[in-house]
Design a protein around this ligand. Structure first.
Ligand SMILES: O=C(O)CCC(=O)C(=O)O
Ligand SMILES: [Fe+2]
Length: 355
């Protein structure tokens, strides 16, 4: 034993958020990517525990360099600054494709039980955002809506986003390996379920908005309360703030941006796959929080723009998703809560209810 150091060797977890029984840990993923089997094990347990309790975690040392993330944010901002007609020419078409530009107010996030109400909700409090949806490239019949025919900037956008898509796909695989370990499954258990990369890269832009829009309507939000649909979401947020996560008490708690981290949350399909041992937690985006101690701050009538990037990870479209081993059984006195479903069918069902 070398002095007192060993106790500090692998301490992968600290606290990101802790309020109203909502604990979102900040997990150091470095020891998972580069550490010993024991390090991997403790990170795997921490990641899985977070998904089983809050459904959310912050990940640091995740292996994606800040310069790469900045480049994607910059490219996204330049895309949204294009003339509206150009963006509209790249419009989203169908849930099956789920690719292309989505103008403000088109997607209204709702709980599944609200389905019949989508139209009414959409016109009452439309989401204050526009998005660009990018799917796995090269799928026959489902082309991405790249702006590469418009100009050089469009070509650059395509290249930046294609590369980032692959980078995030690899991180999805790694986080699922951590979940495997935490669920007492072989580390590579999920590999064959996620190797296709049937994921969705969503660029989000919440335009600048007068403060009065929020003060005159207490129900107005930037993005409505929802849970995500797939396995995991990797969420990159700028420094603006506004993301909130629902606590067990039913309150919404700020998931304050932490530089160079990724917010990772479990989606509905992973919750279902885990027989509800993992939680897919509701979240939303509201006006930025008031700064703690700034008086001069409030002089502007406008909230500045907010940008975020959500990488929605999914099992391969053709995979049949049913309760994971160890989450049900007579010995546990836990039945399978859901029938099996093909990943692609599940996601198209969910998207159909939203647009
Ligand atoms: O913009 C954000 O921070 C969150 C976006 C989000 O939750 C989503 O698009 O599903
Ligand atoms: Fe979300």
């Amino acid at each position: 034993m070398a002095g007192n150091l060993p106790q500090q060797e692998c301490k992968p977890v600290s606290t990101g958020v802790d309020k109203d029984n909502l604990v979102i840990p900040l997990i150091d993923f470095g020891p998972f990517l580069n550490g010993t089997p024991a390090d991997k094990h403790s990170v795997g347990i921490a990641v899985t525990e977070a998904f089983k309790t809050s459904g959310f975690l912050y990940l640091k040392n995740h292996g994606i360099p800040p310069s790469v993330v900045s480049r994607v944010f910059a490219s996204s901002a330049r895309f949204f600054a294009r003339p509206q007609a150009e963006k509209d020419s790249l419009g989203w078409t169908t849930p099956q494709s789920n690719r292309g530009y989505v103008a403000r107010g088109r997607e209204k996030l709702t709980r599944p039980d609200d389905k019949s109400n989508v139209q009414a909700l959409r016109s009452a409090n439309p989401d204050l955002k526009e998005t660009m949806e990018i799917g796995r490239d090269g799928v026959e019949g489902l082309p991405n809506r790249w702006p590469d025919h418009i100009d050089d900037e469009g070509k650059d956008f395509k290249q930046v986003m294609q590369s980032f898509f692959q980078t995030c796909k690899e991180l999805h695989t790694q986080v699922m390996r951590a979940v495997s370990i935490g669920m007492n499954l072989p580390e590579s258990f999920f590999d064959e379920f996620v190797d296709a990369g049937d994921n969705n890269l969503r660029l989000l832009h919440y335009p600048p908005i007068p403060r009065s829009v929020f003060s005159s309507n207490p129900d107005q939000v930037r993005a409505g309360e929802h849970s995500d649909y797939g396995s995991l979401t990797l969420l990159f947020q700028d420094a603006r703030g506004g993301l909130q996560v629902r606590s067990p008490k039913g309150t919404f708690i700020d998931a304050t941006p932490i530089p160079d981290t990724i917010v990772v949350n479990a989606g509905d399909l992973l919750a279902r796959w885990s027989n509800d041992t993992i939680k897919s937690t509701k979240h939303r985006v509201v006006e930025p929080p008031k700064p703690a101690n700034s008086e001069a701050e409030d002089s502007s009538d406008m909230y500045p723009a907010r940008y975020s990037i959500a990488y929605f990870c999914n099992p391969n479209n053709d995979k049949f998703i049913e309760a994971l081993p160890g989450t049900y059984g007579e010995d546990l006195h836990i039945p399978k809560k859901y029938s099996g479903i093909t990943s692609g069918d599940y996601l198209v069902q969910r998207l159909t209810a939203t647009y």
